[in-house]
Design a protein. Structure first.
Length: 694
């Protein structure tokens, strides 16, 4: 029963409880009424019978005194008028029946019982079927006998049963009404609960916590709705917070915190999508791998704060060129990548990259420093250079390195041959790490001469890598690798130290006023420790600072002119000489050149090579010499290979020179003979060397 009740719905339970309660109340009320009615019926009957028995008793008194049985019987006769009286008996003092009356002998067998079963007593007796009333027959205060009247209770019982049936009828009707009313009234409670439950279900299914339930009353149910709505509001705000923090986390996971561009993770995701789209639509796309030129130098020389600002400024410039459909991402450090979709021709990419490089290289002002930032761009194309993200990225990366190797501010499309070169570079870079400590690096020295007198004036130290398998590796092949990997700093230190030590040795042995020119690479020049390193080397080797000449190029100082000039000033103060190497190939800004505390210009060998052949180059050489002269600088030509070149240079007034015509770069072991001859026949050395060549 209990289980059955629990199985009922709330609505069923409420209906059941209300119906049961009202029925119980009805039943109890009805029982109470019936009981009262029954008691009152019996009491009325008793009272009526007692009044009747008193009257009859008085009437019978005289008959009993005179022992007149007939008169007594007659006195009992009026009882016949009362139909529910079964009978009456009059007893004398000896308790013998004196007279009797029976209403209907045939009707009721109880008359026999009346005859036999009645035992005289006082008062009355209620049995289930009869009421027996006993009345003493008194006259003049003396009892002469006793009257017993038996009343049939059938009528009373019938009335009672009738009441009971009416009660049952009323009960059934009432139960039905109670059920119907309870059933409809319970909705007042169950409907809001039902709607609340429904709302809860919908909310939990849809996870839509902005939903609110409609309050229908201001009772406890209303409070429940208010609490539920408050709970929803709380969940909604937490949900929102959760969504916000999830979105923030997602943003952090997919964006570069500095530039706010897509990061590597998001980029790869976008690339996969772009490739899938390109495959589906049979379209082409390009990946532009962008690496800033000499960015490490900016970081090293101006600090990371400026470096960060430069990255942000560069990102903004690139972002302004990127179309909505394309993706720009920062892969880390100074590496960026752009995906260009829906390409028609390679020319589109070229034009785009040219504009990108142009925009990037215009002067930018960061932290009140005027900077020129350029970039090298490697380009790979889908489907030409690969069909998947990895191979396309690798191809773009290789092409970028190729662009970098060719010089700054260039772009390069990937080609299959590059791959082999790139692998080689990677291998070489790994081996270069061991080269210094394994003593595989060595310096060669190329003599430099005064062209007019033929006097030996010094050497240029040129590094060589004596690779265990590859033999002598050109600095043109490994210096860019050392630059890229940062190995140039320790390697550069070793070069300066070795060259200065060698020069000191030469001074000690030959006592000639010779100078040692040492090449400085861009990253090395911008490294904050360079001045300190040079000072330490000079101190340790005890070389006169004036015997050291540092060769720098224009391009390495143009990135940050003010700082470069102040660094040059420091070398100047130390007494170290500065020469501009490869002059004519860089920016050649006269405005800046005037401000450089340098003592020498070195004409690049590419111009010397074409001297007398190419009129342009000849004009350049001539004007460089004239410029040097006008600025009071020494001018040295490198790469002199022929007598004609030498003669032309001399004619134009070039002071100094170096080249295969005089000597190739020499290992230390071969310096002695040159120096010996320089010591003995100083002025003649040049012509004798030239004669040997000719
Ligand atoms: P550079 O400073 O312009 O050096 C001159 C280059 O021209 C040297 O090549 C030299 O061997 C070569 N050369 C000299 N005379 C002639 C000639 O008559 N004809 C021809 N065709 N070439 C001649 P090398 O040694 O291969 O060096 C190439 C470049 O590598 C250098 O150019 C310099 O930029 C860099 N490099 C060389 N040694 C060092 C070094 O110790 N440190 C740094 N940072 N860079 C170095
Ligand atoms: Mg040089
Ligand atoms: Mg040079």
């Amino acid at each position: 029963m209990k289980q059955l009740f629990h199985k009922l719905s709330l609505r069923g339970k409420l209906t059941f409880i209300i119906t049961l309660t009202s029925c119980l109340v009805l039943v109890l009320t009805f029982i109470a009424i019936i009981a009262l009615q029954w008691v009152s019926l019996r009491n009325n009957l008793l009272q009526d019978t007692q009044v009747l028995s008193q009257g009859i008793g008085e009437n019978c008194a005289a008959a009993m005194i005179f022992n007149d049985q007939q008169a007594a019987t007659l006195a009992l006769e009026p009882l016949a008028a009362t139909p529910h009286i079964v009978g009456a008996r009059l007893y004398n003092q000896n308790q013998e029946v004196f007279a009797e009356f029976y209403q209907d002998l045939a009707r009721d067998t109880s008359n026999d019982q009346l005859k036999t079963a009645i035992i005289l007593r006082e008062g009355h007796i209620f049995s289930s079927a009869y009421l027996d009333v006993f009345e003493p027959v008194i006259f003049d205060g003396e009892t002469h006998g006793q009257l017993m009247i038996r009343v049939d209770l059938a009528k009373v019982n019938r009335i009672f049963i009738d009441y009971a049936w009416i009660g049952v009828g009323i009960f059934l009707l009432y139960s039905l009404l109670a059920f119907l009313m309870a059933n409809s009234l319970q909705r007042v409670i169950s409907d809001p609960i039902k709607s609340l439950a429904l709302s809860m279900e919908t909310i939990s299914q849809e996870k839509n916590y902005s939903h609110r339930v409609q309050k229908v009353s201001s009772d406890e149910m209303g409070s429940l709705f208010d609490s539920f709505n408050a709970m929803l509001a709380e969940i909604e705000s937490r949900d929102q917070e959760l969504l916000n923090s999830e979105a923030h986390l997602d943003y952090l996971a997919h964006h570069d915190p500095l530039t706010k561009l897509a990061n590597r993770l998001l980029f790869h995701d976008r690339l996969e999508h772009s490739l899938a789209r390109a495959k589906r639509m049979k379209s082409r796309l390009a990946i532009l791998f962008i690496d800033l030129d000499r960015f490490k130098n900016i970081n090293d020389s101006l600090g990371h704060d400026v470096g960060d600002k430069v990255l942000c400024a560069v990102s903004e410039r690139m972002n302004s060129l990127v179309r909505e459909a394309d993706t720009l991402a920062r892969l880390g450090g100074d590496e960026f990548v752009i995906i260009l979709e829906h390409l028609r021709r390679n020319d589109d990419v070229s034009r785009y990259v040219e504009k990108l490089l142009r925009d990037m290289s215009s002067t930018m002002e960061v932290s009140s420093e005027k900077l020129h930032v350029s970039a090298s761009v490697g380009i790979s194309l889908y489907p030409d250079n690969g069909e998947d993200a990895d191979s396309l990225m690798q191809a773009a990366d290789i092409a970028m390195y190729q662009a970098k190797n060719k010089g700054a501010n260039l772009y390069q499309f990937y080609s299959a041959e590059m791959n082999a070169n790139a692998r080689e570079s990677l291998l070489l870079e790994n081996q270069l790490r061991h080269a210094l400590k394994d003593k595989q690096l060595t310096l060669y020295y190329q003599p430099q001469f005064e062209l007019n007198s033929g006097r030996l004036i010094g050497f240029e130290a040129l590094v060589r890598w004596n690779h265990p398998e590859l033999g002598l590796v050109s600095p043109l092949d490994f210096i860019p690798l050392a630059e890229e990997s940062g190995l140039i700093v320790p390697i550069g230190e070793w070069i300066i130290f070795t060259a200065c030590k060698q020069m000191k040795k030469i001074h000690e042995q030959w006592h000639l006023p010779l100078r040692m020119a040492v090449n400085i690479s861009p990253r090395q020049f911008l490294h904050p420790s360079l001045v300190q390193t040079v000072a330490e080397v000079l101190y340790r080797t005890k070389l006169n600072p004036g015997s050291l000449e540092l060769e720098i190029t224009e391009s390495m100082v143009m990135g940050n002119i003010e700082q470069s000039i102040s660094k040059m000033d420091e070398f100047n103060k130390m007494g170290v000489e500065l020469a501009i190497d490869d002059f004519g190939t860089g920016y050649s800004s006269l405005e800046y050149l005037k401000r450089f505390p340098i003592s020498k210009l070195k004409i690049d060998q590419s111009f010397v090579k074409e001297l007398g052949v190419d009129t342009n180059d000849t004009a350049i050489v001539n004007s460089v010499i004239a410029l040097g002269k006008s600025m009071g600088l020494e001018v040295i030509a490198e790469g002199i290979e022929t007598v004609d070149q030498l003669e032309l240079l001399k004619k134009e007034g070039c002071d100094q020179g170096q080249g295969y015509l005089f000597s190739k770069p020499l290992p230390v072991a071969q310096l002695s003979s040159l120096l010996d001859s320089a010591l003995i026949r100083e002025p003649e050395i040049l012509s004798s060397m030239m004669q040997k060549k000719v």
